[in-house]
Design a binder for this molecule. Sequence first.
Ligand SMILES: [Zn+2]
Length: 153
Amino acid sequence: MTEKLVVTNKGFVRADFSFWVGLYMDKFYDSFENKKIIGNKCSKCGKVFVPPRKKCGKCNETIPLDNNWVNLPNTGTLLNYTITHYKVSDRAARKAKKPQIIGMVQIDGSDTAIVYRLLNIDIENVKIGMKLKIEWEEKPKGNPADIKGFVQV
Ligand SMILES: [Zn+2]
């Protein structure tokens, strides 16, 4: 048997794919079309979830799909953040032109946080606890990208 030399070439594979977000997230993103934030509330312990979920993360109670929805404002508080030099949504493009701030934002009236970019805020001015509001796309389509990010109130 002769030895076979294996020639390799390093490459980068991109795979476009889709997955269904489920009934709860579907309803959540549908509300984005009207530039509205909704959460769902556990009827047992009263926790409000944004994004909504089927099972309460605190007491494990099932939250029914057809009720328990609450309308929430477009404002929130910065719970935590990180600074990255790389684009989060497009790894192929790699380095961002300037550092981006990614924040965990607790929508007012909810008990959880969503993660989005902070816009038009300088790194030296970002502070945990600062008040923020949503910057919507002009023509929302009912998907996560309808929220461009959060700006300072
Ligand atoms: Zn609960």
